[in-house]
Each structure stands twice: as C-alpha cells, then as structure tokens.
Design a protein around this ligand. Structure first.
Ligand code: 7RM
Length: 656
C-alpha cells in the first residue's frame, strides 16, 4: 500500500458506472442530468444559485444582488437576511422532522445520546442565552475547543444563532497553538470541556485553556464556559469560568435567531499554509449555508431515511460543513462519534455502522489504509448491509485503497464519492454525483455544478490532456473564503496572485497540482507548496520549523514530508544544532516533545536527522527537493548544480 504515484495513477483506467439500483432512486440520475445542470450553472451562475437559494433556504429578507464581484472580493446575496441556525433547526420544527433524530452521538466509552431536531433546537437556544448572559454580542468571536460531543455542535449553532462568529480549534492542538488562534481572532469567550476521551484515555482540555490564557496571555478572553464530559478535576477561576450545566439550569429555551446579513461573519477557521503563521480563513453566512446545503444534498444524494456519518472532527472544515451545517440544513440525521479505531477496539467503526444502520459513510484515505492493515476480518464480522454510499476526503486516495473500500466496505454495490475541496473552498469543488458519475479509482472526477475548475500553467493557459498543472477555480462560488482574518493583503497574495490575473480573469489557486485526462476527469496530484498532509491533517512545514528553532538547541531546521504507507506523509525534520549542543537520542526525544508542546501531537516529527549543514543554493535557500529525496531514502533526483557545498549531501546521506 502506498501513496499514488504518477505512474500508478496514469495506469488507472478502471471505470465504475453508478449501480443501476442507485441511479434509479437518485435525484441526479445520469451523466446527462449532471451535464445539463452543469451547463445551466455555467451559462448563468447567478441565476443558478439564486434559484436554489430561493427554493432551498429560509430568508428573513430576500437579497437585492446575487453576486457583487470585485476580484478577489466576492459578496453573495447582498441585502439578504437569514440565519444558518434557523435553517438548520427552526424551519424543521414545523414539519414532521420535529421529532426526527438530528444528531446521533456515540461516545468513546460507549455512552450515547440522540437529539431530535426539537431537542437540539432547545439546547442551542439555551446555550445561546447563556452566551448572551456572559456578555457575548453579535459580531463577537467565540473560541470553541471541544471534544467530539454534541455540545461542540450545539456551541457552533448557538454562536451562529446570536450572530457571534465561532473559531473552532481542534482539541488536539496544544495550549500554545490555541493561544495563538484565540489572540488572532480576539476571542471574547471560550467554550470547552473538562476533557475528552481519546484512545482509552481522558485527555485534559480545560487545563490547556487555562495554560493558553494564563497571565493575561490571551487578554481578549473574559469568560470560559465549561462542559462536563469526563468528570476529571479542573480548576474553575471564580468570575471567569462557568459550568455549562449550572448556567443551563436557569437558561430560557426561547431565543429567536438573529437575522444576519448574508455577508456577516459566520466563522473563522485556522489552516496551515506554506508561509507564516496559520491563516484565519473567513466564511460568511448565506453563501456558505447555500453551498454546504446543496453539496450535501446532491453529493450524498440525501434521502430522509439516511443515517449519515462523517468521521471527521468538528475542529476541521469537514466537521463544520459536513457534520454540522450541511446535514442539519437538509434536515438529515447526522452521526457524531467521539472515538477512533484503537488496539483495544479496532472494529469500532464497523460496530457503529451496524448499531445505527449507517447508510452514508464519509471518511479519509488515511483511515481506509489503517483499516486495510487491521484486516478485513473486522468489517466482515459485522453487518454493513445498511450502507448505500461511501465517501472520501482529505488527500488523494490510492487506487488500491479505493478498491478495498469498494469491495470490502461497499460490497461492490456502493458508489464512492471522492471529494476534493479545502478549508478555503467551504464545500466540495470536485466530486462525483453518485447516481450520475462513472467513477475512476483515485479521481475526484468532475466539478460540482457552478464550479469552473481548470488545470493551467503559470500563465493561466489550460494544460493539455494528461499534462500536469495548477488546479484553479475561475468563477466565484457561494462558499468561497472571503478573506484571511485581519489580513486582506495576505488573502490576495496567497490565493489570487500565484497565477496572475489576465484580461480580467482571476484564478483562485490554493496549492494543489492536478491533471485532467482525455475524458475530462480531474486527478489531484497533491500539494505543490510546502504544505504536507499527515494522516489527512494539513500542516505547514514552516510552522514545524518555527517550533523547532524556538528550542534553544536548534540553530536551523528544515522539515519535509516523508512518504508513509498509512499516514500518507510523516514529518521528517533535518536539524542543525547550536554549538554547545550535541546530538543524542535524548535530545531527539526532547525536540519531538517540544513540537508537540508548541503545536500538538499531530505535528510530532516521526524522525529527526541531525546534520552539520543544510544543502543550500548559492543564494542561501534550503534545497527541499533534495531533503525530500533523502527523507524518502531515494537517490537524489534532478539537478544539483545550484548546490553550494556538495560535500553536505554526502554527509547527509551518510546519516541514512
Ligand atoms: C477538506 C480538507 C485541503 C487539502 C487540499 C488537497 C487535500 C482534500 C482531497 C485532497 C486529493 C481529495 N480541507 N485534499 N481532499 N487531495 N483528493 N479528495 O481536507 O484544508 O484541510 O486540506 O487537502 O491537497 O488542498 S483542508
């Protein structure tokens, strides 16, 4: 099992048409239907989105202008007023869905909870009132640092309800990383839990919040709302920290949703790039609601009887768009699972599918590769016949893993939707529509209707068939990121100038290389920048380098991705030491732990190689290409003539 290589993907020519019984029941039931929809959207994108916005969402007030596009600044449904929490909750209460399961939750220790739409609405209203009581106002930012429990979704919806923007920080991030994000967003309040369960252990969360905001290090944070999850002992600072279960006792369940302007800030979500600190990706209300609604509806071909499970964490965009907002806006039943496959319970995912009769299962290639390794006897020992549709996200899926997923989990009858998108895009950009699109293992197939995607060269010229290039989007779409929080200039530079605009045509580019085959299928090849993907988590190599050099022993650090069978990539760090330090196993361990403290366990280097010098060009740039070759244990490929000191390479190899 390995990552897709250009060779393996070029040889991939299997095609899987949608199963007939699936197409028969599907909303978009043939390639012709898709093509028609796509053409219609392309001919008049504004009319296309306006029609759907009218039909699919509730508005307090209709918009005046569908799209105001002053590149690269887009405003959608200008003048409209709506609330995404209303669309996810209130509007379902006047239908039979009132008592339908909105959220099914399975806790790691085996506890569980189901909230109907009416119950979820009640909890959200109560938390919204508590936030107001604690001084949160429309326009404020609230940090959310939570385990995978219903209150994570409740917190997001409660913020949206009162017009506060949320900034969810993945619970696996360290207190340092949390602090940076809280400060950048100037969060007024943090919603957290005493702890959460991760792989048979109760991990502390409130303690991390304490560390993040101690000594006035995050001065904007005035209050902390704490959900009791594990019962572990935590410090509660009087006047600042409040238990949710205490405040809930007197919280009214009456809290009308605040009418929000279409372009009001909905949330900030931090993501890694190739340079600088993580960027606060800004998403706004109406366009995000519409796009996540439509992509959930069509890509998962949602039916009212579906039990839909996305295994992501709410700390990532996938959790935002496809655990919380997209499914709930559609009135679907969304399942949330606190656990993860672990040695004590390697079949836990299949247990969850069997227990709840999951019909749609959406996970990441890295998880699939781990399942393969754990053995097919595990899924085979469970009844997975409820499944009707499978999905993947996060990285290119290697055809072998795709075939295993198709055969062993899907029993050769479930279509697979390989969805390519990003934190920045808000929702699916390239994806099959399961009743319509013949799939090819490893290809995210075609653009969603309304998305004009292309593979181009640096001058913006379309690449020839099967020729690699940059994957760009050429027309604004409703859920596109609006800016980098507090840094419009960085937004422009990062996403819109890599490929220079020409003749008024702007190209959105966020870092992936791709090619299109002769039938128009897109094959995403992976990042072309210094962003790596470890177990589907996006990390900037520079962030890890900064973490390393903040340790007194480290003079210089260069981080690259090393191909890894399971995780896709692993963090591989080259480090030169300050004069007074000597390499040792103890120091290696210490540096790894240092990265964990600075960023979080997901960034822990798998390997650190000490070196006397880095391979550099004459202008002093570290030659990462060489380091990537070295990390992968490959021969150095390509030109090394620009290398300043060739003996450096021999020394580095010697360490291999
Ligand atoms: C949703 C998410 C975005 C990056 C993106 C790609 C990679 C995501 C796929 C994929 C190939 C896919 N958001 N990526 N999905 N590559 N095929 N289906 O992952 O912001 O965290 O990462 O992930 O490189 O640029 S993210």
């Amino acid at each position: 099992m390995s990552q897709p290589t250009i060779e393996s993907i070029l040889q991939e020519n299997r095609v899987f048409p949608p199963p007939e019984e699936f197409s028969r029941e599907a909303a978009i039931a043939s390639l012709e239907d898709y093509q028609q929809l796509y053409d219609k959207a392309k001919a008049d994108p504004q009319a296309f989105w306006a029609e759907l916005a009218e039909k699919e969402l509730h508005w307090f007030q209709k918009w005046d202008t569908v799209l105001d596009w002053q590149p690269p600044v887009a405003k959608w449904f200008v003048g409209g007023k709506m609330n995404i929490s209303y669309n996810c909750l209130d509007r379902h209460l006047t239908t039979w869905r009132k008592n339908k399961a909105a959220l099914i939750w399975e806790g790691e220790p085996g506890d569980s909870r189901t909230l109907t739409y009416a119950q979820l609405h009640r909890e959200v209203c109560q938390m919204a009132n508590v936030l107001k009581e604690l001084g949160v106002q429309k326009g404020d930012v609230v940090g959310i640092y939570m385990p995978m429990i219903p209150e994570a979704a409740i917190a997001m919806l409660a913020c949206a309800r009162i017009g506060a923007a949320h900034s969810v920080v993945f619970g696996g991030f360290s207190s340092e990383a949390l602090r940076d994000r809280l400060n950048d967003a100037e969060a007024k309040l943090v919603i957290t839990a005493d702890g959460g369960y991760r792989k048979d252990k109760a991990v502390p969360l409130k303690e991390q919040v304490d560390l993040a905001i101690a000594n006035n290090h995050a001065p904007s944070v005035k209050n902390v709302l704490v959900v009791q999850r594990t019962g572990q002992k935590v410090h509660m600072e009087p006047g600042r920290d409040h238990w949710w279960h205490d405040l809930k006792l007197n919280a009214s369940a009456d809290c009308p949703a605040e009418p929000m302007d279409s372009e009001d800030l909905l949330f900030i979500l931090y993501t890694s790039g190739s340079t600088g600190k993580p960027k606060g990706v800004v998403h706004t209300t109406a366009g995000y609601n519409l796009y996540t609604h439509m992509t959930t509806k069509w890509t998962f071909d949602l039916k009212d009887t579906d039990v839909y499970w996305c295994t992501a964490d709410v700390g990532w965009i996938t959790g935002h768009s496809y655990i919380v907002y997209g499914p709930l806006s559609n009135g679907a039943t969304t399942l949330m699972y606190e656990g993860a496959p672990r040695p004590s319970n390697p079949g836990c995912f299949w247990d969850v599918i069997e227990k709840y009769g999951v019909t749609i299962f959406y996970t990441a290639p890295t998880a699939i590769r781990a399942f393969i390794k754990m053995g097919e006897h595990l899924p085979k020992a469970r009844n997975l016949s409820s499944l009707r549709l499978l999905g993947t996200v996060g990285e290119p899926i290697n055809p072998e893993a795709w075939m295993w997923y198709h055969k062993i989990i899907g029993n050769e009858r479930c279509p697979i939707v390989d969805t390519w998108w990003q934190t920045e895009t808000g929702g699916f950009m390239l994806t099959p529509l399961p009743g319509a699109t013949p799939t090819k293992p490893g290809s995210a197939t075609f653009p969603f209707p309304g998305i004009l995607a292309e593979v181009v060269d640096l001058d913006g010229n379309p690449a020839a068939d099967n020729e690699g290039g940059y994957l760009v989007i050429k027309h604004p779409w409703p859920s596109m990121m609006r800016t980098v929080y507090g840094d419009d200039e960085r937004f422009r530079r990062t996403y819109w100038e890599h490929i220079a605009p020409k003749d008024g045509q702007y190209f959105y580019f966020a870092g992936d290389g791709a090619r299109r085959d002769e039938e128009g299928y897109f094959w995403v090849m992976g990042r072309v920048d210094d962003v790596i993907s470890v177990a589907g988590h996006r990390l900037g190599t520079m962030e890890i380098e900064s973490a390393l050099v903040s340790h007194p022993a480290v003079a210089e650090a260069a981080v690259v991705g090393k191909p890894d069978e399971l995780k896709g990539e692993e963090v591989f760090a080259f480090v030169t030491l300050e004069g007074d330090y000597e390499e040792s196993e103890a120091l290696e361990k210490e540096l790894k732990q240092h990265v964990v403290n600075e960023i979080g366990a997901i960034a822990r280097p798998g390997e650190i190689r000490f070196t006397d010098a880095m391979p550099k060009t004459r202008s002093g740039k570290i030659m990462r290409r060489l380091l990537r070759n070295l990390a992968a244990g490959q021969e150095i490929a390509g030109d090394t003539s620009t290398l300043e000191d060739r003996t450096v390479l021999d020394k580095l190899r010697g360490g291999a």
